[in-house]
Design a protein around this ligand. Sequence first.
Ligand code: 5GP
Ligand code: ZN
Length: 114
Amino acid sequence: MSDCLFCKIIAGEIPGTFVYQDDRLVVLKDINPQAPLHVLVIPRKHIASLNELTADDDALVGSLFRRAAALAREHGYDQRGYRAVFNTNREAGQTVFHLHLHVLAGRGLNWPPG
Ligand code: 5GP
Ligand code: ZN
């Protein structure tokens, strides 16, 4: 997608701080972190939101969540706790329409979320 922010960052056209990359996903530091750890696990494939997933994406989504767990473990938050969340569309606050799994940790995270 030529006008997608995350596609452009993944392509190297816009700078980003990558903390992990493999053949199907990248992990970026969020530019406006909401917790001591706030990273975005992003598939290289352009998928606008959770609503556009198909059964062909099942393995990809599994790899996003397993990477979230690995990041939490690497940063020492796996036992303390962390949150992995997809925001979908307006009322959930989605602002970038390329699927991304937020991983937040390092402070008490309220429930229910605001
Ligand atoms: P959403 O609101 O769509 O769930 O999440 C989008 C996230 O992307 C936000 O947390 C926002 O801070 C982050 N973000 C927006 N623009 C950029 C950018 O240019 N670079 C990075 N690394 N993160 C961004
Ligand atoms: Zn994209």
